[in-house]
Ligand binder design. Structure first.
Ligand code: FAD
Length: 504
Protein backbone atom coordinates (compact mmCIF):
# COMPACT_ATOMS: atom_id res chain seq x y z
CA UNK A 1 0.00 0.00 0.00
CA UNK A 2 1.25 3.47 -0.86
CA UNK A 3 0.60 6.27 1.61
CA UNK A 4 1.70 9.72 0.61
CA UNK A 5 2.84 12.02 3.33
CA UNK A 6 0.67 15.08 3.64
CA UNK A 7 2.82 18.08 4.49
CA UNK A 8 0.05 19.62 6.56
CA UNK A 9 -0.48 16.49 8.67
CA UNK A 10 1.88 17.30 11.48
CA UNK A 11 1.75 19.60 14.47
CA UNK A 12 3.53 22.79 13.57
CA UNK A 13 4.75 25.42 15.96
CA UNK A 14 2.08 28.01 16.50
CA UNK A 15 -0.68 26.08 14.75
CA UNK A 16 -2.60 23.50 16.70
CA UNK A 17 -2.88 20.11 15.00
CA UNK A 18 -6.56 19.61 14.17
CA UNK A 19 -8.13 16.25 14.95
CA UNK A 20 -11.67 15.86 13.71
CA UNK A 21 -13.71 12.95 15.06
CA UNK A 22 -16.78 12.28 12.95
CA UNK A 23 -19.45 10.43 14.96
CA UNK A 24 -20.64 10.64 18.55
CA UNK A 25 -21.48 7.05 19.42
CA UNK A 26 -19.45 4.96 21.84
CA UNK A 27 -16.48 4.96 19.44
CA UNK A 28 -16.45 8.72 18.87
CA UNK A 29 -16.71 9.71 22.50
CA UNK A 30 -14.28 7.04 23.71
CA UNK A 31 -11.81 8.37 21.15
CA UNK A 32 -12.38 11.98 22.18
CA UNK A 33 -11.89 11.09 25.86
CA UNK A 34 -8.73 9.08 25.20
CA UNK A 35 -7.11 11.69 22.98
CA UNK A 36 -7.94 14.70 25.13
CA UNK A 37 -6.62 12.86 28.19
CA UNK A 38 -3.31 12.22 26.46
CA UNK A 39 -2.61 15.14 24.13
CA UNK A 40 -1.71 18.63 25.22
CA UNK A 41 -4.64 20.99 24.59
CA UNK A 42 -2.26 23.80 23.57
CA UNK A 43 -0.98 21.81 20.59
CA UNK A 44 -4.01 19.76 19.62
CA UNK A 45 -7.42 20.98 18.71
CA UNK A 46 -9.95 18.14 19.00
CA UNK A 47 -13.48 18.47 17.70
CA UNK A 48 -16.26 15.91 17.42
CA UNK A 49 -19.13 16.16 14.96
CA UNK A 50 -22.31 14.21 15.59
CA UNK A 51 -25.80 14.27 14.17
CA UNK A 52 -28.85 13.98 16.40
CA UNK A 53 -30.87 13.39 13.25
CA UNK A 54 -28.88 10.22 12.43
CA UNK A 55 -28.41 9.06 16.03
CA UNK A 56 -26.28 6.14 17.20
CA UNK A 57 -26.63 2.37 16.84
CA UNK A 58 -27.89 2.34 20.45
CA UNK A 59 -26.63 -1.14 21.38
CA UNK A 60 -23.30 -2.38 22.70
CA UNK A 61 -23.91 -2.71 26.40
CA UNK A 62 -21.78 -5.66 27.49
CA UNK A 63 -18.04 -5.27 27.98
CA UNK A 64 -14.95 -7.27 28.90
CA UNK A 65 -12.52 -6.49 31.76
CA UNK A 66 -10.14 -4.38 29.68
CA UNK A 67 -12.63 -1.51 29.91
CA UNK A 68 -11.43 -1.04 33.49
CA UNK A 69 -7.92 -0.37 32.19
CA UNK A 70 -9.32 2.32 29.90
CA UNK A 71 -11.18 3.90 32.82
CA UNK A 72 -8.05 3.82 34.96
CA UNK A 73 -6.21 5.62 32.15
CA UNK A 74 -8.97 8.25 32.08
CA UNK A 75 -8.93 8.36 35.92
CA UNK A 76 -12.66 7.75 36.03
CA UNK A 77 -14.20 7.00 39.41
CA UNK A 78 -15.97 3.63 39.19
CA UNK A 79 -18.96 4.62 41.28
CA UNK A 80 -19.52 7.83 39.31
CA UNK A 81 -19.36 5.87 36.08
CA UNK A 82 -21.71 3.16 37.34
CA UNK A 83 -24.29 5.63 38.61
CA UNK A 84 -24.15 7.66 35.39
CA UNK A 85 -24.55 4.64 33.10
CA UNK A 86 -26.78 2.50 35.37
CA UNK A 87 -24.10 -0.17 35.06
CA UNK A 88 -23.98 -3.59 36.68
CA UNK A 89 -21.05 -5.96 37.16
CA UNK A 90 -20.33 -8.71 34.66
CA UNK A 91 -18.39 -11.87 35.49
CA UNK A 92 -18.89 -13.66 32.18
CA UNK A 93 -21.47 -14.97 29.74
CA UNK A 94 -23.86 -17.90 30.20
CA UNK A 95 -24.23 -19.83 26.94
CA UNK A 96 -27.46 -21.76 26.72
CA UNK A 97 -28.44 -24.35 24.07
CA UNK A 98 -25.24 -23.92 22.06
CA UNK A 99 -23.75 -27.39 21.54
CA UNK A 100 -27.07 -29.11 22.24
CA UNK A 101 -30.49 -27.90 23.28
CA UNK A 102 -30.62 -27.89 27.08
CA UNK A 103 -26.85 -27.34 27.50
CA UNK A 104 -25.59 -24.48 29.61
CA UNK A 105 -22.10 -23.28 30.53
CA UNK A 106 -20.54 -20.04 31.69
CA UNK A 107 -17.51 -18.51 30.02
CA UNK A 108 -16.22 -16.45 32.92
CA UNK A 109 -13.42 -13.89 33.13
CA UNK A 110 -11.62 -15.93 35.79
CA UNK A 111 -8.58 -18.16 35.92
CA UNK A 112 -9.45 -21.85 36.08
CA UNK A 113 -7.51 -23.71 38.78
CA UNK A 114 -3.80 -23.31 39.25
CA UNK A 115 -1.37 -24.11 36.48
CA UNK A 116 2.26 -25.17 36.90
CA UNK A 117 5.22 -24.71 34.56
CA UNK A 118 4.73 -28.15 33.02
CA UNK A 119 1.22 -27.53 31.87
CA UNK A 120 -2.17 -26.03 32.50
CA UNK A 121 -4.63 -26.98 35.18
CA UNK A 122 -6.99 -28.83 32.85
CA UNK A 123 -4.60 -31.79 32.64
CA UNK A 124 -4.95 -32.39 36.40
CA UNK A 125 -8.67 -31.98 36.20
CA UNK A 126 -8.97 -34.33 33.21
CA UNK A 127 -7.06 -36.97 35.10
CA UNK A 128 -9.30 -36.52 38.15
CA UNK A 129 -12.32 -36.76 35.89
CA UNK A 130 -10.98 -39.97 34.35
CA UNK A 131 -10.80 -41.35 37.91
CA UNK A 132 -14.44 -40.39 38.41
CA UNK A 133 -13.71 -37.48 40.77
CA UNK A 134 -12.95 -33.77 40.39
CA UNK A 135 -16.49 -32.43 39.86
CA UNK A 136 -17.27 -29.59 37.48
CA UNK A 137 -14.46 -27.51 35.93
CA UNK A 138 -16.25 -24.34 37.05
CA UNK A 139 -15.80 -25.27 40.71
CA UNK A 140 -12.14 -24.30 40.29
CA UNK A 141 -12.86 -20.80 39.04
CA UNK A 142 -13.74 -18.08 41.54
CA UNK A 143 -15.51 -15.77 39.07
CA UNK A 144 -17.53 -18.60 37.59
CA UNK A 145 -18.61 -19.91 41.00
CA UNK A 146 -19.59 -16.39 42.07
CA UNK A 147 -21.54 -15.86 38.83
CA UNK A 148 -23.46 -19.11 39.30
CA UNK A 149 -24.29 -18.08 42.87
CA UNK A 150 -25.38 -14.57 41.79
CA UNK A 151 -22.74 -13.09 44.11
CA UNK A 152 -20.38 -10.15 43.70
CA UNK A 153 -18.04 -7.95 45.74
CA UNK A 154 -15.10 -5.77 44.90
CA UNK A 155 -12.83 -3.47 46.85
CA UNK A 156 -9.19 -2.48 47.16
CA UNK A 157 -8.09 -5.99 48.21
CA UNK A 158 -10.54 -8.05 46.17
CA UNK A 159 -9.01 -10.16 43.43
CA UNK A 160 -11.92 -10.60 41.12
CA UNK A 161 -11.82 -10.09 37.38
CA UNK A 162 -14.91 -8.35 36.08
CA UNK A 163 -16.38 -6.04 33.45
CA UNK A 164 -19.65 -4.10 33.22
CA UNK A 165 -23.03 -4.06 31.58
CA UNK A 166 -23.77 -0.42 30.78
CA UNK A 167 -26.37 1.77 29.11
CA UNK A 168 -24.74 2.68 25.76
CA UNK A 169 -26.53 6.02 25.34
CA UNK A 170 -25.70 7.12 28.87
CA UNK A 171 -22.09 6.01 28.40
CA UNK A 172 -21.73 8.30 25.36
CA UNK A 173 -23.19 11.20 27.39
CA UNK A 174 -20.85 10.41 30.30
CA UNK A 175 -17.78 10.44 28.04
CA UNK A 176 -19.03 13.55 26.26
CA UNK A 177 -19.14 15.42 29.57
CA UNK A 178 -15.65 14.13 30.38
CA UNK A 179 -14.31 15.22 26.99
CA UNK A 180 -16.01 18.62 26.78
CA UNK A 181 -14.82 19.48 30.28
CA UNK A 182 -11.24 18.92 29.05
CA UNK A 183 -11.51 20.95 25.87
CA UNK A 184 -13.11 18.85 23.12
CA UNK A 185 -15.41 20.94 20.94
CA UNK A 186 -18.69 19.29 20.02
CA UNK A 187 -20.31 20.22 16.72
CA UNK A 188 -23.90 19.21 16.09
CA UNK A 189 -24.82 18.66 12.45
CA UNK A 190 -24.88 16.31 9.53
CA UNK A 191 -21.93 16.03 7.19
CA UNK A 192 -22.94 16.29 3.56
CA UNK A 193 -19.73 16.70 1.61
CA UNK A 194 -16.15 15.60 2.12
CA UNK A 195 -13.29 17.56 0.51
CA UNK A 196 -10.09 15.79 -0.48
CA UNK A 197 -6.76 17.12 -1.67
CA UNK A 198 -6.87 16.82 -5.48
CA UNK A 199 -3.49 15.05 -5.69
CA UNK A 200 -2.95 13.14 -2.43
CA UNK A 201 -6.58 12.30 -1.74
CA UNK A 202 -6.06 13.29 1.89
CA UNK A 203 -9.22 14.59 3.54
CA UNK A 204 -9.05 18.35 3.99
CA UNK A 205 -12.48 19.42 5.22
CA UNK A 206 -16.03 18.31 5.96
CA UNK A 207 -19.05 20.39 5.03
CA UNK A 208 -22.08 20.39 7.28
CA UNK A 209 -25.54 20.48 5.73
CA UNK A 210 -26.01 24.05 7.04
CA UNK A 211 -22.94 25.26 5.13
CA UNK A 212 -20.34 25.28 7.93
CA UNK A 213 -16.97 23.81 7.03
CA UNK A 214 -14.71 21.89 9.44
CA UNK A 215 -11.08 21.59 8.39
CA UNK A 216 -8.68 19.09 9.86
CA UNK A 217 -5.29 17.39 9.73
CA UNK A 218 -6.32 13.96 11.04
CA UNK A 219 -9.85 12.57 10.71
CA UNK A 220 -11.24 9.76 12.85
CA UNK A 221 -14.15 7.98 11.21
CA UNK A 222 -16.60 6.90 13.91
CA UNK A 223 -19.69 7.01 11.70
CA UNK A 224 -20.70 3.42 12.43
CA UNK A 225 -21.64 0.98 9.69
CA UNK A 226 -21.79 3.86 7.17
CA UNK A 227 -18.02 4.37 7.19
CA UNK A 228 -18.62 7.79 5.66
CA UNK A 229 -14.93 8.69 5.41
CA UNK A 230 -13.07 5.39 5.38
CA UNK A 231 -15.34 3.64 2.88
CA UNK A 232 -17.72 6.04 1.17
CA UNK A 233 -14.91 8.55 0.58
CA UNK A 234 -11.61 6.64 0.66
CA UNK A 235 -12.88 3.21 -0.48
CA UNK A 236 -10.62 1.33 1.92
CA UNK A 237 -12.40 -1.95 1.18
CA UNK A 238 -14.22 -4.51 3.32
CA UNK A 239 -13.38 -8.18 3.83
CA UNK A 240 -16.66 -10.04 4.21
CA UNK A 241 -16.61 -12.82 6.83
CA UNK A 242 -20.23 -13.86 6.56
CA UNK A 243 -19.25 -17.32 5.25
CA UNK A 244 -17.83 -17.91 8.75
CA UNK A 245 -20.07 -15.63 10.79
CA UNK A 246 -23.40 -15.75 8.96
CA UNK A 247 -25.66 -13.72 11.23
CA UNK A 248 -26.61 -10.42 9.61
CA UNK A 249 -29.50 -8.95 11.60
CA UNK A 250 -30.27 -7.96 15.17
CA UNK A 251 -33.54 -6.87 16.71
CA UNK A 252 -33.05 -4.96 19.95
CA UNK A 253 -35.63 -4.09 22.59
CA UNK A 254 -35.43 -2.81 26.16
CA UNK A 255 -37.58 -4.15 29.00
CA UNK A 256 -38.27 -3.29 32.61
CA UNK A 257 -36.26 -5.38 35.06
CA UNK A 258 -38.38 -8.01 36.83
CA UNK A 259 -35.74 -9.71 38.92
CA UNK A 260 -32.45 -8.87 40.65
CA UNK A 261 -29.66 -8.20 38.15
CA UNK A 262 -27.56 -11.25 37.26
CA UNK A 263 -23.77 -10.70 37.26
CA UNK A 264 -23.46 -12.13 33.75
CA UNK A 265 -24.84 -11.79 30.22
CA UNK A 266 -27.13 -14.50 28.89
CA UNK A 267 -26.56 -15.72 25.29
CA UNK A 268 -29.32 -18.15 24.43
CA UNK A 269 -29.05 -20.00 21.12
CA UNK A 270 -32.19 -20.35 19.00
CA UNK A 271 -32.67 -22.10 15.66
CA UNK A 272 -31.03 -19.37 13.55
CA UNK A 273 -28.77 -17.43 15.92
CA UNK A 274 -29.01 -16.38 19.54
CA UNK A 275 -30.64 -13.97 21.96
CA UNK A 276 -28.92 -11.68 24.45
CA UNK A 277 -30.09 -10.52 27.86
CA UNK A 278 -28.05 -7.78 29.48
CA UNK A 279 -29.17 -6.72 32.97
CA UNK A 280 -28.67 -3.06 33.90
CA UNK A 281 -29.69 -1.33 37.12
CA UNK A 282 -32.79 0.31 35.65
CA UNK A 283 -33.73 -2.05 32.78
CA UNK A 284 -32.72 -5.08 30.73
CA UNK A 285 -31.30 -4.93 27.20
CA UNK A 286 -32.57 -7.74 24.96
CA UNK A 287 -31.83 -8.62 21.39
CA UNK A 288 -32.19 -11.34 18.84
CA UNK A 289 -29.22 -11.99 16.58
CA UNK A 290 -30.04 -14.04 13.48
CA UNK A 291 -29.27 -14.90 9.90
CA UNK A 292 -31.96 -13.71 7.50
CA UNK A 293 -31.46 -16.76 5.26
CA UNK A 294 -32.93 -18.89 8.03
CA UNK A 295 -35.34 -16.58 9.88
CA UNK A 296 -37.53 -13.78 8.49
CA UNK A 297 -37.67 -10.38 10.17
CA UNK A 298 -41.32 -10.96 11.09
CA UNK A 299 -40.59 -14.34 12.65
CA UNK A 300 -37.63 -12.82 14.51
CA UNK A 301 -39.86 -10.05 15.83
CA UNK A 302 -42.40 -12.56 17.17
CA UNK A 303 -39.70 -14.79 18.61
CA UNK A 304 -38.05 -11.93 20.46
CA UNK A 305 -41.26 -10.65 21.99
CA UNK A 306 -42.28 -14.16 23.01
CA UNK A 307 -38.99 -14.71 24.83
CA UNK A 308 -38.51 -11.64 27.00
CA UNK A 309 -39.44 -11.09 30.62
CA UNK A 310 -40.95 -7.80 31.68
CA UNK A 311 -42.79 -5.03 29.93
CA UNK A 312 -41.12 -3.52 26.85
CA UNK A 313 -40.07 0.12 27.17
CA UNK A 314 -38.93 0.62 23.56
CA UNK A 315 -40.12 -0.65 20.19
CA UNK A 316 -38.00 -3.44 18.69
CA UNK A 317 -35.35 -1.93 16.43
CA UNK A 318 -33.85 -3.73 13.44
CA UNK A 319 -30.11 -3.44 12.80
CA UNK A 320 -28.56 -4.87 9.62
CA UNK A 321 -24.87 -5.71 9.36
CA UNK A 322 -22.29 -7.73 7.47
CA UNK A 323 -19.61 -9.37 9.59
CA UNK A 324 -16.07 -8.60 8.48
CA UNK A 325 -13.26 -6.11 8.67
CA UNK A 326 -12.24 -2.92 6.96
CA UNK A 327 -9.17 -3.80 4.88
CA UNK A 328 -7.32 -0.62 5.83
CA UNK A 329 -8.52 0.90 9.07
CA UNK A 330 -5.98 3.69 8.64
CA UNK A 331 -5.98 5.12 5.12
CA UNK A 332 -4.33 8.44 4.17
CA UNK A 333 -5.19 10.83 7.05
CA UNK A 334 -8.22 8.89 8.25
CA UNK A 335 -8.42 6.26 10.99
CA UNK A 336 -11.62 4.25 11.43
CA UNK A 337 -12.77 3.17 14.88
CA UNK A 338 -15.81 1.24 16.07
CA UNK A 339 -18.32 -0.14 13.60
CA UNK A 340 -16.72 1.87 10.78
CA UNK A 341 -13.66 -0.38 11.17
CA UNK A 342 -15.48 -3.73 11.07
CA UNK A 343 -17.76 -5.94 13.09
CA UNK A 344 -17.38 -9.52 14.23
CA UNK A 345 -20.69 -10.19 15.95
CA UNK A 346 -21.66 -9.13 19.45
CA UNK A 347 -21.33 -12.64 20.93
CA UNK A 348 -18.27 -12.10 23.13
CA UNK A 349 -18.79 -8.34 23.63
CA UNK A 350 -15.51 -7.42 21.97
CA UNK A 351 -16.34 -4.25 20.00
CA UNK A 352 -15.91 -1.74 22.81
CA UNK A 353 -12.62 -3.40 23.67
CA UNK A 354 -11.50 -3.09 20.04
CA UNK A 355 -12.35 0.61 20.06
CA UNK A 356 -10.23 1.04 23.16
CA UNK A 357 -7.30 -0.86 21.65
CA UNK A 358 -7.63 1.16 18.44
CA UNK A 359 -7.37 4.39 20.46
CA UNK A 360 -4.41 3.07 22.45
CA UNK A 361 -2.66 2.04 19.26
CA UNK A 362 -3.36 5.43 17.70
CA UNK A 363 -1.82 7.19 20.68
CA UNK A 364 1.20 4.84 20.51
CA UNK A 365 1.61 5.41 16.74
CA UNK A 366 0.48 9.03 16.69
CA UNK A 367 1.71 10.86 13.56
CA UNK A 368 3.65 13.51 15.46
CA UNK A 369 6.00 13.89 12.54
CA UNK A 370 3.54 13.47 9.73
CA UNK A 371 1.74 10.46 8.35
CA UNK A 372 4.34 7.97 7.16
CA UNK A 373 3.74 4.72 5.24
CA UNK A 374 5.47 2.37 7.70
CA UNK A 375 3.50 3.80 10.62
CA UNK A 376 0.23 3.29 8.81
CA UNK A 377 1.12 -0.23 7.74
CA UNK A 378 2.17 -1.11 11.28
CA UNK A 379 -1.14 0.14 12.64
CA UNK A 380 -3.14 -1.76 10.03
CA UNK A 381 -1.19 -5.00 10.47
CA UNK A 382 -1.77 -5.01 14.23
CA UNK A 383 -5.47 -4.29 13.78
CA UNK A 384 -5.80 -7.13 11.28
CA UNK A 385 -4.14 -9.79 13.45
CA UNK A 386 -6.04 -8.72 16.51
CA UNK A 387 -9.41 -8.91 14.80
CA UNK A 388 -8.62 -12.27 13.21
CA UNK A 389 -7.87 -13.74 16.63
CA UNK A 390 -11.18 -12.46 17.97
CA UNK A 391 -12.94 -13.75 14.84
CA UNK A 392 -11.57 -17.27 15.39
CA UNK A 393 -12.76 -17.31 18.98
CA UNK A 394 -16.29 -16.30 17.95
CA UNK A 395 -16.42 -18.85 15.11
CA UNK A 396 -15.47 -21.52 17.67
CA UNK A 397 -18.85 -21.09 19.41
CA UNK A 398 -20.78 -21.57 16.18
CA UNK A 399 -18.70 -24.35 14.71
CA UNK A 400 -18.46 -26.63 17.75
CA UNK A 401 -22.09 -27.59 17.84
CA UNK A 402 -23.92 -30.87 17.59
CA UNK A 403 -27.19 -29.20 16.49
CA UNK A 404 -27.50 -30.92 13.13
CA UNK A 405 -31.31 -30.74 13.03
CA UNK A 406 -31.37 -26.95 12.50
CA UNK A 407 -30.18 -25.92 8.99
CA UNK A 408 -28.45 -22.79 10.38
CA UNK A 409 -26.46 -24.75 12.94
CA UNK A 410 -25.77 -27.57 10.54
CA UNK A 411 -24.24 -25.06 8.16
CA UNK A 412 -22.05 -23.70 10.97
CA UNK A 413 -21.11 -27.20 12.11
CA UNK A 414 -20.02 -28.33 8.65
CA UNK A 415 -18.49 -25.11 7.27
CA UNK A 416 -14.80 -24.69 6.50
CA UNK A 417 -13.09 -22.71 9.21
CA UNK A 418 -9.89 -20.60 9.20
CA UNK A 419 -6.74 -22.74 9.37
CA UNK A 420 -5.64 -20.91 12.53
CA UNK A 421 -8.80 -22.06 14.30
CA UNK A 422 -8.68 -25.58 12.89
CA UNK A 423 -5.18 -25.94 14.36
CA UNK A 424 -6.34 -24.84 17.82
CA UNK A 425 -9.27 -27.24 17.77
CA UNK A 426 -7.03 -30.12 16.66
CA UNK A 427 -4.53 -29.41 19.45
CA UNK A 428 -7.23 -29.49 22.08
CA UNK A 429 -8.91 -32.55 20.61
CA UNK A 430 -5.63 -34.50 20.43
CA UNK A 431 -3.83 -33.33 23.55
CA UNK A 432 -6.02 -30.92 25.60
CA UNK A 433 -3.60 -28.08 24.84
CA UNK A 434 -4.76 -24.45 24.83
CA UNK A 435 -1.78 -22.51 23.49
CA UNK A 436 -1.65 -18.76 23.75
CA UNK A 437 0.10 -16.16 21.63
CA UNK A 438 0.95 -12.56 22.41
CA UNK A 439 -1.78 -11.41 19.98
CA UNK A 440 -4.55 -13.29 21.76
CA UNK A 441 -7.20 -11.24 23.47
CA UNK A 442 -8.81 -14.40 24.79
CA UNK A 443 -6.49 -16.33 27.06
CA UNK A 444 -6.09 -20.07 27.50
CA UNK A 445 -8.74 -20.11 30.26
CA UNK A 446 -11.31 -18.68 27.87
CA UNK A 447 -10.55 -21.20 25.14
CA UNK A 448 -10.73 -24.00 27.71
CA UNK A 449 -14.10 -22.97 29.09
CA UNK A 450 -15.65 -22.54 25.66
CA UNK A 451 -14.16 -25.67 24.09
CA UNK A 452 -15.34 -27.87 26.94
CA UNK A 453 -18.64 -25.98 27.15
CA UNK A 454 -19.17 -26.69 23.45
CA UNK A 455 -18.50 -30.41 24.14
CA UNK A 456 -15.10 -30.69 22.48
CA UNK A 457 -13.64 -33.73 24.23
CA UNK A 458 -9.86 -34.17 24.31
CA UNK A 459 -8.69 -37.66 23.38
CA UNK A 460 -5.75 -37.44 25.79
CA UNK A 461 -4.03 -35.06 28.17
CA UNK A 462 -0.59 -34.37 29.62
CA UNK A 463 0.45 -36.91 32.20
CA UNK A 464 1.52 -34.33 34.76
CA UNK A 465 -1.57 -35.40 36.68
CA UNK A 466 -0.13 -38.93 36.96
CA UNK A 467 2.97 -37.65 38.68
CA UNK A 468 0.98 -37.17 41.87
CA UNK A 469 -0.75 -39.94 43.78
CA UNK A 470 -4.49 -39.86 43.30
CA UNK A 471 -4.95 -39.10 47.01
CA UNK A 472 -2.56 -36.17 46.83
CA UNK A 473 -4.27 -34.82 43.73
CA UNK A 474 -7.75 -35.19 45.22
CA UNK A 475 -6.62 -33.34 48.34
CA UNK A 476 -5.14 -30.50 46.27
CA UNK A 477 -8.26 -30.20 44.11
CA UNK A 478 -10.52 -30.45 47.16
CA UNK A 479 -8.66 -27.61 48.90
CA UNK A 480 -8.86 -25.41 45.83
CA UNK A 481 -12.56 -26.03 45.37
CA UNK A 482 -13.29 -25.62 49.08
CA UNK A 483 -11.46 -22.28 49.31
CA UNK A 484 -13.40 -20.90 46.37
CA UNK A 485 -16.73 -22.15 47.70
CA UNK A 486 -16.20 -20.62 51.13
CA UNK A 487 -14.99 -17.28 49.68
CA UNK A 488 -18.10 -17.11 47.48
CA UNK A 489 -20.36 -18.06 50.39
CA UNK A 490 -19.11 -14.97 52.28
CA UNK A 491 -19.90 -12.58 49.41
CA UNK A 492 -23.10 -10.52 49.17
CA UNK A 493 -25.50 -11.03 46.30
CA UNK A 494 -24.75 -8.99 43.21
CA UNK A 495 -27.94 -6.96 43.67
CA UNK A 496 -27.20 -6.26 47.36
CA UNK A 497 -23.69 -5.14 46.47
CA UNK A 498 -24.97 -2.91 43.66
CA UNK A 499 -27.59 -1.36 45.93
CA UNK A 500 -25.01 -0.18 48.44
CA UNK A 501 -22.20 0.55 45.94
CA UNK A 502 -24.13 2.67 43.49
CA UNK A 503 -26.44 4.53 45.85
CA UNK A 504 -25.86 8.28 45.47
P1 FAD B 1 -22.68 4.46 16.07
O1 FAD B 1 -23.19 4.23 17.44
O2 FAD B 1 -23.55 4.02 14.94
O3 FAD B 1 -22.37 6.00 15.93
C1 FAD B 1 -22.22 6.61 14.68
C2 FAD B 1 -22.14 8.11 14.87
O4 FAD B 1 -21.83 8.73 13.64
C3 FAD B 1 -23.43 8.74 15.37
O5 FAD B 1 -23.15 9.72 16.34
C4 FAD B 1 -23.98 9.41 14.11
O6 FAD B 1 -24.79 10.51 14.41
C5 FAD B 1 -22.68 9.82 13.44
N1 FAD B 1 -22.81 10.07 12.00
C6 FAD B 1 -22.97 9.15 11.02
N2 FAD B 1 -23.06 9.76 9.83
C7 FAD B 1 -22.93 11.08 10.05
C8 FAD B 1 -22.96 12.24 9.24
N3 FAD B 1 -23.14 12.17 7.91
N4 FAD B 1 -22.81 13.44 9.84
C9 FAD B 1 -22.64 13.55 11.17
N5 FAD B 1 -22.61 12.50 11.99
C10 FAD B 1 -22.77 11.28 11.44
N6 FAD B 1 -20.16 -4.04 21.41
C11 FAD B 1 -19.76 -4.45 22.63
O7 FAD B 1 -18.63 -4.17 23.02
N7 FAD B 1 -20.61 -5.16 23.43
C12 FAD B 1 -21.84 -5.55 23.02
O8 FAD B 1 -22.57 -6.17 23.78
C13 FAD B 1 -22.24 -5.20 21.71
N8 FAD B 1 -23.46 -5.57 21.24
C14 FAD B 1 -23.81 -5.22 19.96
C15 FAD B 1 -25.01 -5.70 19.42
C16 FAD B 1 -25.33 -5.39 18.11
C17 FAD B 1 -26.60 -5.94 17.52
C18 FAD B 1 -24.49 -4.57 17.33
C19 FAD B 1 -24.86 -4.21 15.91
C20 FAD B 1 -23.32 -4.09 17.86
C21 FAD B 1 -22.95 -4.42 19.17
N9 FAD B 1 -21.75 -3.99 19.70
C22 FAD B 1 -21.36 -4.40 20.94
C23 FAD B 1 -20.92 -3.04 18.97
C24 FAD B 1 -21.16 -1.65 19.56
O9 FAD B 1 -22.53 -1.34 19.49
C25 FAD B 1 -20.37 -0.59 18.80
O10 FAD B 1 -19.03 -0.99 18.71
C26 FAD B 1 -20.42 0.72 19.51
O11 FAD B 1 -21.72 1.10 19.80
C27 FAD B 1 -19.76 1.79 18.69
O12 FAD B 1 -20.59 2.21 17.64
P2 FAD B 1 -20.05 3.42 16.77
O13 FAD B 1 -19.77 4.55 17.68
O14 FAD B 1 -18.95 2.89 15.93
O15 FAD B 1 -21.28 3.74 15.80
Amino acid sequence: MQVQANPSSRPSSGNAFRIVILGGGTAGWMCAAGLVRQLDAADYDISLIESDEIGTVGVGEATIPTIRTFHRFLEIDERDFMRATQATFKLGIAFENWARRGDRYIHSFGRVGQSIWMGDFQHMWLRARAEGTGGALGDYCFELTAAEAGKFATGPDAKINYAYHLDASRYAVFLRQFSEARGVTRVEGKIGQVHQHPETGFIEALDLADGRRIEGDLFIDCTGFRGLLIEQTLKAGYEDWSHWLPTNRALAVQTKAVQPALPYTRAIAHEAGWQWQIPLQHRVGNGLVYCSDYLSDDAAHDKLLANIDGETITDPRLIRYVTGRRKRVWDKNCVALGLASGFVEPLESTSIHLIMIGITRLIQSFPFNGIKPALVEHYNALAETELERVRDFIILHYHLTERSDDPFWDRCRTMDIPATLAQRIALFREAALTPQTADDLFQADSWLQVMLGQRLEPASYHHMGHMLSIEHMQRALGDLKGNIASAVARMPTHQAFLDQYCTP
